[in-house]
Design a protein around this ligand. Sequence first.
Ligand code: ADP
Ligand code: GLC
Length: 476
Amino acid sequence: MNILFATSEIAPWVKTGGLGDVAAALPPALRRAGMDVRVLVPFYPALAAAFPDAPIVAELPATAGAFPGAALRSATAPDGTPLLLLDCMACYTRSGNPYLGSDGRDWHDNAVRFGLLSYVAALLASTASPLAWQTDVLHCHDWQTALAPVYLRYVLKARAKSVLTIHNLAFQGLFGAHSLRELGLPPQAWSMEGVEYYGHLSFLKGGLQHADHITTVSPTYAREIQTDTDGMGLAGLLRYRSHVLTGILNGIDTEQWDPSTDPHLPVHYKASSLARKDDLKSTLQQTLGLAVTNDRPLFGVVSRLSGQKGLDLLLACADELIALPAQLVVLGSGDAALENAFRELALRHPGQVAVKIGFDEGLAHLIEAGIDAFIMPSRFEPCGLNQMYSLRYGTPPIVRATGGLADTVIDADDKSLGNGFVFSRAEPAELLATLRRAADLWSRSRLWRQLQKNGMAADHSWDQPAQTYVNLYRAL
Ligand code: ADP
Ligand code: GLC
């Protein structure tokens, strides 16, 4: 089958979070399962630099709405995945974050930028496609491409079935009513069955209405988003479409994230040589200016700093955590108030807390390997990748039981049957009690080893999830 994968991010070139990782790793896994997958992604500067000679395979004259003219270029990723690069200088030739300007605000023309991406995805899945290659299924991701099923419903004639994957319901692509016209949508799309959402135009709502199938990235999140508490205003619609809604747990890229070969690590290890992890702990401590010692556990965080991730809970009990005693390293960026609070925490605990504000792929790998346990107290988490990286790196994750965290982490008990630590209520006291439990178990090294090995033994590769997607495509 031919599958068109439409995404606004793809690692390593453009990544703000897990979507970029998924868009880089799922298509090759689908290809290994026999699918002919092509990935449609904007020709951002990072991709233009990586593929300067990508030839034009189709010109896309300005047609619908306020879309400028564009072109499709083709290239092949190093892993062999064919890319279709949407070249539109006015929309995508901007440096930095794909969604925000340097002032931290959304680009003012995001409706048109991602409307165009959605429109072109729909065009390639329609009877009007300019390419000889025809897709059987169009697979969209998040609000940025969620308008594609809407175009296939109101503007173009569908040739393919559509799947929309929700990676995060918190981002819905809401714009003013005037966007309807600039997006080239007809007046009948402004309705309850269309894109209208409490007086706004919602990309995600429109996509959820019209996609032939909806998936989200873990079974637990699929249930949670159908409840009024966690449905972020879309629970009713998701319940209405529950017969076509499935939760498929993400995998991880087991080549990029492999402690026995990881090029970001000076020392490599596997389950049978976990003692070498101690060397990485001291490398990490040295790198970050922490006291070099193995007399206390080193906890770590790699995360977007946003309300979703529950790191305010960690801030609220961090002084007590350090007093256990324990050390803490945090790598993250995002919300300015959280960035400042973590900077202050580091100043209060020199040698015991290290905070790096920024996005640093190499350091993220060293942290996963060098820390003893990973903290992820998310308020909600559609899937979460870092807890799976942690499991693979022999670094037990400490998580709140939500979304994909609940589906991947099993609480350790005295017999050490689990692979990490789980708590339920989003309260600092509960997190602290769980951190204390982890620190206690860490000091019982035989049990801790078993916990690490339990995590490392599981298969979190994309093989199984990719097969589940293939079955879904076939069923459609
Ligand atoms: P989300 O997509 O909600 O941010 P995920 O756990 O699915 O959460 O994916 C986050 C991805 O982004 C992981 O690959 C993680 O390592 C990476 N990441 C997040 N923040 C940083 C950072 N500051 N530096 C490096 N990598 C980061
Ligand atoms: C989102 C979610 C995260 C998930 C990722 C990839 O950004 O916040 O939980 O792992 O998408 O699906």
